[in-house]
Write a new protein. Structure first.
Lengths: 119, 419, 481
């Protein structure tokens, strides 16, 4: 038997799955879907930062464009930590394409643009 | 040159208020003490912003960017690297004293002021945490800024006090960047962070959560650096229970023990303050007891969702504009009071001089209640009620209703009934 | 080869160094901490007592009354912050009123220049928040409050200006005497030679003495005192220092207005095993709250921004122990300099130098001695016009770094440089108050860290809170070491 706290809405139902994969405790269908995902292939959005070469913007924030398997989070961090951004970029620009073969990109969530006086 | 509206603070709140006021045709000047706009959102690199306002989930910097873009498009006047060191009122006008490297010290005048200066983190000193006072005890927000903006880790063996969202978010963040996170202690018997954060920040990484625990000792080494902490279980009166000590060797204790509205700008003005919100008392137009002085965002009340900050501040900007247009007539106010199971309410006054606005009340319950009925009374009369399946102190609630038919002589009382 | 080595740079060591610099001497001050005034001088009530309660005839009595007077001169010479609060010692009943009268008699014998007994009705007119349970007070108008580490900085800066050498991070690890000279080993490595040693090492003074003596004549029993700090927004809540009646534990839990507007509550008085780790405790702080409440009504406890503890170097000797060693000539001890040490510090220095060591009979006056220390401008206290004038010369006065205390970039830069400049977060806080206010550095620590890195050409990874072992950061993310 496994217990989950559903995170889809603030209610946070305690959802229980028994050994026969029967799901109970959820107050809506989304809870069931969430728990089934958690059991088979839990995924997460990863948000972190990446280095840049600009001293006044030492780090820029990034995220995975879609959730990736939970088990790959630390691996993904390693890949992202290898990158150094070396040019001005906009929000949404791809920093790493298809990270760890997930078909998910790492995209920029903070504009990298130098102020006039820093150039 | 007399400005129409000066907005103090260029984070989520100030940006939204400036935008709505400017759209109403007013002259607006925004003052920001950092070198960039966006406020705390700049360091909140995680997801969860914008679900209500944009129907999409954004990270903090993305959410801020959307408002900054609109702010720039509207060509609103602003100053960065500028600190307001004094706020005064002379008859009907406000005198704002600015200080910056470029301007030196300069007084500017405005017909109205909106305070959106956010909040500050409660510190170790304010909760009188016992023990040594070494380096290594730092607020979670400060650690977040060092990590996300500057790229520095404050420690590698971390314990966190406080299970509010900032503490949970930092637990995950430190873990992902390679620190050992030994646990989170929470003095209440429940966490007041979002459930999604308990799952995604603690459970995902097997970081233990110690409910009904607090830090009861801090140990320093001979160089006055943090070397260990002790946590203990507490009883219903939050007194430590003997023989429940748990010892952790850490180099960092992050504190996520509460946010306090920053109203230090009000020091030189006589403004009514609500000890429950720790901020100025307002009427439904976000106006303080000083006419023309408005306050919104985290300076007014600590919000859980930035979306609500934006909505609130947008309304405040419109209120300031209406005030300047002379739309406030025949002021007459009644009080709005927190009753049974209500921790606080804002606004604390309903002023009938402000027309055509529904009364929007934000409040928090004092405890978790399932199957609740929120009731608004005027005297004995029940003027409004609403059912809620589920209310917790950690989530700010709102209710809204037309108020023009209410009598102008009796106070309102909000209470939450358990069914 | 030095004429004098002073061990310890708290207020006592610093004042002694300055007093010695009036003469043509080679003086070296050794301080184990990373800064002047980092132990006892850092954690106390900041009061310049009137001298009303030490035992008549004792050094404590004589030197505190004299020291209190000297503060008036030092305020001008060294630009030391001083507020003339006066004080009330309070009584709650007839029994205590009798003790008050005895105290007044002591004040008279000790030659305290001004004092009087007021009843509650008179006292409450000038101190409206006085506890209603009080019946009479002993008013001590010569009581003042200062800023203890500024006293030490001022004295040491002036001493350095007049030729004294100062070394920090210099722990004395061995002392020996050979051929009429002392050999003082620092950090187990470097040896300095000197004709005389002055042991002003505070809580460690008996340990220092035992480095060379077989039979140390005084023992330091650490007595801990815990305090609360109330935010400066409560300024005016009380205007006088409020004392209960003294007991054998000390002066008791006080309420003390501070120079920058905050109010201190405390201290308690607890003998402790570990004299090097002043810790705060639930019980200690609860005791402080309880006893402070006997002095004033409605204390705004919700304005507490900090609590701290200090250790008094109380000794088993009944008075200040200021004597030459009984085992070695030219070795002088200052032991048991607990309260009223801060009050007496200038007098202690003169007493030691003139009466005990007879320096004036052995050495010539330094003709270049300059008693004045340059006035430091507290920017936020200036008028707008004065501020504008300074900013036009120095635009960095316009850049506010600490928004809670309104401390400017220029003031912080000044504190970094100079003979007693600092490159640590704590050192900057002590010198400028940046980080000592409501948000306790939450806003400004990052900015100060960047300024330190820039000014001293350090990586942010090297910036420390105090000693170099207390760096702010352990690593930079995403960078291979």
């Amino acid at each position: 038997m496994k217990e989950f706290i559903c995170i889809v809405c603030p209610r946070g139902c305690r959802v229980v799955v028994d050994d026969n994969m029967n799901i109970s405790g959820n107050q809506c269908k989304r809870g069931e879907i969430y728990v089934r995902n958690e059991l088979s292939n839990p995924t997460r959005i990863l948000t972190t930062t990446v280095k840049t070469i600009y001293p006044e913007i030492p780090r820029a924030s990034v995220k995975t464009s879609e959730p990736i398997p939970k088990g790959l989070l630390m691996e993904a961090m390693k890949e992202i930590n290898k990158v150094t951004i070396e040019k001005e970029m906009k929000i949404g620009d791809v920093v790493i394409e298809n990270i760890l073969n997930t078909n998910v990109n790492i995209v920029l969530t903070k504009e990298i643009k130098r102020k006039e006086e820093e150039k | 040159m007399m400005r129409d509206i000066v907005v103090i603070g260029g984070g989520a709140s100030g940006l939204a208020a400036s935008i709505s006021a400017k759209k109403k045709g007013k002259d607006v000047l925004l003052i920001e003490r950092e070198d960039t706009l966006g406020g705390i959102l700049n360091q909140c690199i995680h997801n969860g912003f914008g679900l209500e306002v944009f129907k999409e989930e954004y990270t903090g910097p993305e959410y801020a960017h959307k408002f900054v873009e609109e702010f720039m498009d509207l060509k609103i006047d602003y100053l960065i690297n500028t600190t307001v060191i004094k706020l005064d009122k002379n008859n009907d006008d406000f005198i704002i004293t600015l200080s910056s490297k470029e301007l030196g010290i300069k007084n500017i005048t405005a017909r109205s002021v909106i305070i959106s200066s956010g909040c500050y983190e409660r510190t170790r000193g304010q909760i009188s945490m016992p023990g040594d006072r070494p380096n290594g005890v730092i607020t979670a927000g400060s650690a977040q800024r060092y990590l996300n903006i500057n790229g520095y880790m404050v420690g590698k063996k971390v314990f966190i006090l406080g299970s509010g969202d900032i503490g949970l978010i930092m637990a995950r963040r430190m873990y992902l960047e390679g620190a050992e996170v030994l646990g989170v202690a929470e003095i209440m018997p429940y966490s007041n962070g979002l459930n999604r954060n308990i799952v995604q920040c603690l459970n995902d990484f097997d970081i233990p959560l110690y409910l009904s625990h607090t830090v009861t000792n801090v140990e320093a080494d001979e160089f006055k650096k943090l070397k260990a902490i002790t946590i203990q279980q507490v009883d219903e009166r939050f007194n430590p229970i003997p023989n429940t000590e748990k010892h952790f060797e850490v180099d960092t204790l992050l504190l996520s023990i509460g946010l306090i509205p920053d109203i230090t700008l009000l020091d030189d003005l006589y403004v009514e303050v609500d000890p429950k919100t720790k901020s100025a008392k307002i009427n439904q137009a976000y106006e303080t007891s000083v006419k023309g002085l408005f306050i919104c965002g985290n300076s007014l009340q600590v919000h859980d969702l930035v979306d609500n900050v934006s909505k609130e501040s947008t309304r405040a900007g419109i209120s300031a504009s209406d005030y300047l247009d002379g739309l406030v007539k025949d002021r007459k106010k009644i009080a709005i009071k927190p009753g049974k199971n209500v921790l606080y309410v804002a606004p604390q006054y309903l002023d009938f001089g402000w027309e055509d606005k529904d009364l929007l009340i934000t409040f928090r319950s004092s405890k978790k209640i399932e199957k609740a009925i929120v009731k608004v009374y005027q005297g004995e009369a029940l003027v409004y009620q609403k059912r809620r399946a589920f209310i917790v102190p950690a989530e700010m609630e709102t209710l809204s209703f037309a108020y023009q038919e209410l009598n102008q002589d009796q106070d309102l009382m909000i209470e939450i009934e358990e069914v | 080869m030095y004429d004098y080595i002073v061990i310890g740079a708290g207020v006592i060591g610093s004042c002694i160094a300055r007093e010695l610099s009036r003469y043509q001497l080679k003086v070296l001050v050794l301080e184990k901490e990373n800064d002047v005034a980092n132990v006892q001088s850092l954690a106390n009530s900041a009061i310049v007592h009137s001298g009303h309660n030490p035992e008549p005839g004792s050094l404590k009595a004589k030197l505190s009354v004299w020291g209190n007077k000297l503060y008036e001169d030092m305020e001008k010479e060294l630009d030391i912050p001083l507020i003339r609060t006066g004080a009330f010692v309070v009584a709650h009943n007839e029994d205590e009123e009798e003790q008050l009268i005895e105290l007044a008699k002591t004040a008279k014998i000790n030659q305290v220049p001004e004092f009087s007994i007021l009843n509650y009705n008179e006292a409450v007119l000038i101190e409206p928040n006085l506890s209603k349970t009080i019946t009479k007070v002993l008013s001590l108008p010569t009581t003042k409050v200062t800023y203890p580490w500024e006293v030490a900085f001022a004295a040491m800066e002036n001493a350095i200006k007049n030729g004294v050498e100062f070394k920090k991070n210099a722990l004395v690890t061995a002392i020996s005497k050979e051929n009429k000279k002392f050999q003082v080993t620092v950090n187990n490595k470097k040896i300095y030679e000197t004709l005389n040693i002055i042991n002003a090492a505070g809580v460690a003074s008996d340990d220092i003495a035992s480095l060379i003596e077989n039979n140390v004549k005084f023992k330091i029993k650490g007595r801990k005192g815990e305090y609360f700090v109330l935010d400066k927004r409560v300024k005016g809540f009380v205007n006088h220092v409020l004392y209960p009646l003294p007991t054998e534990l000390g002066k008791g839990v006080l309420i003390t207005p501070q120079v920058h507007g905050e109010i201190l509550l405390g201290p308690n008085s607890l003998e402790v095993e570990d004299k090097y780790h002043p810790t705060t405790s639930y019980d200690g702080l609860a005791y402080v709250k309880e006893h402070a409440s006997m002095l004033a009504e409605n204390i705004p406890f919700n304005q507490i921004i900090r609590s701290f503890a200090g250790i008094r170097s109380t000794s088993d000797y009944d008075d200040f122990y200021i004597k030459e060693s009984l085992e070695y000539t030219n070795l002088y001890h200052l032991g048991g300099i607990d309260s009223p040490g801060l009050t007496a510090c200038f007098a202690i220095a003169k007493y030691l130098v003139n009466d005990v060591m007879n320096v004036d009979q052995k050495y010539n006056i330094n003709p270049n001695f300059d008693p004045y220390r340059k006035k430091r401008k507290l920017f936020h206290r200036l008028s707008n016009e004065e501020k504008l004038a300074l900013i036009s010369e120095e635009p960095l006065y316009g850049n506010i770094i600490c928004k809670c205390e309104k401390i400017t970039e220029k003031e912080i830069l000044d504190a970094m440089h100079g003979p007693l400049g600092s490159n640590t977060i704590k050192g900057i806080k002590k010198r400028t108050r940046a980080g000592a206010g409501l948000c306790q550095g939450g806003y400004c620590e990052e900015k100060i860290m960047k300024m330190i890195a820039k000014e001293f050409n350090l990586s942010p990874l090297e910036v420390a809170y105090d000693k170099e072992e207390t760096k702010l950061f352990v690593s930079e993310t995403k960078v291979k070491l």
